[in-house]
Design a protein around this ligand. Structure first.
Ligand SMILES: Nc1ncnc2c1ncn2[C@@H]1O[C@H](COP(=O)(O)OP(=O)(O)O)[C@@H](O)[C@H]1O
Ligand SMILES: CC(=O)N[C@@H](CCC(=O)OP(=O)(O)O)C(=O)O
Length: 295
């Protein structure tokens, strides 16, 4: 009884925020490292279910980088990344699709349904959701020259047909999206889940994009968790990347925020997925947590 009352009082405190976000779409990028711990997994998906219950429209775009790396290792393939993106040959692409679409997507859907929500899993191929062309990545050589690297079947999203996601939302389900896209000839493309989330948020006209990761947010000094940047303006991003202060897996995250903001999303956030219920802390408190990237 006491527990129920405690929960009720928490809900009363959250009411103004619930009203503020009622009917709003929030795209959640649920990332590889925040996905590993089973308790955290449960907390993130419970947050999504709660959001749906109180009238918001959560949309989950998931990654699964560490699981893909694990599966590749099992078949004797080493993973290589260029600028945070996996170099993807034909065999790697097959495994990426099996892991993301066949395994992780269905696991998330099953968990949400068991928690008491209703979820539908989609990949970028369903309803032609993500169409892509081959992506080339600019890299800086050790002697300071810029080169274009061929990273295989990694795609740039050329078009988002978000209709199928809207149908799923409007029918009362939580869409769960795997970041595999389709090319002009029907071939599969591996899309970094951050980019997929940013583009989908823009196409849906989402109010918020929330990216969960395994650090506190964007750090000014990567070795100092206290150096978190609470608000990062878009005009500061390029120089932080240029100076190497933002690198690796954080590059797709800030670029994804850039895409989303350019596409009309109101606010974008990079949050610590290791903190239980970090999404609710961001949504339902004034101070917010993590890094907000804004125009
Ligand atoms: N300025 C920065 N602040 C915080 N993390 C950074 C920064 N630059 C690079 N990183 C790296 O980015 C990583 C997050 O990207 P990634 O490992 O791809 O996350 P995920 O698996 O959650 O998608 C962090 O663990 C950190 O190593
Ligand atoms: C092109 C590219 O790098 N694709 C990613 C797709 C999964 C992903 O983005 O997973 P996280 O969000 O867990 O990192 C990959 O192959 O790892």
């Amino acid at each position: 009884m006491l527990k129920a009352l405690e929960r009720a009082s928490v809900l009363v405190e959250a009411l103004p925020y619930i009203k503020k976000f009622y009917g709003k779409t929030v795209v959640i990028k649920y990332g590889g490292h925040a996905m590993i711990n089973p308790e955290l997994k449960e907390a993130v998906l419970t947050d999504a279910v709660l959001m749906k219950y109180v009238g918001m429209n959560p949309v989950i775009v998931h990654g699964g980088g560490p699981e893909i790396t694990g599966m590749l290792k099992r078949v004797g393939k080493e993973s290589r990344f260029v600028g945070g993106l996996r170099v993807t040959d034909a065999e790697t692409m097959e495994i990426v699709e099996m892991v993301l679409v066949g395994k992780i997507n269905k696991e998330i859907v099953t968990r949400i349904n068991r928690i008491g929500g209703r979820a539908v899993g989609l990949s970028g191929k369903d309803g032609d959701l993500f169409q892509a062309v081959k992506k080339y990545r600019k890299v800086r050589t050790p002697d300071g020259r810029d080169e274009v690297a061929d990273i295989g079947f990694v795609g740039d999203i050329s078009r988002v047909n978000s209709g199928i996601v809207s149908i799923v939302i409007n029918e009362g389900y939580i869409p769960v999206v795997a970041p595999v896209a389709v090319g002009a000839e029907g071939q599969s493309y591996n899309i970094n889940a951050d980019y997929a989330a940013g583009r989908l948020a823009a196409a849906l006209g989402a109010d918020k994009l929330v990216i969960l990761t395994d650090v506190e947010g964007i750090l000014a000094d990567r070795n100092d968790p206290a150096s978190i940047i609470s608000v990062l303006h878009l005009n500061e991003v390029a120089s932080l990347i240029e100076q190497g202060k933002i690198d690796g897996g954080m590059i797709p995250k800030v670029e994804c925020c850039t895409d989303a903001l350019a596409g009309g999303v109101n606010t974008t956030h990079i949050l610590d997925g290791r903190v239980p219920h970090s999404i609710l802390l961001e949504l339902f408190t004034d101070q917010g947590i993590g890094t907000m990237v804004q125009k």
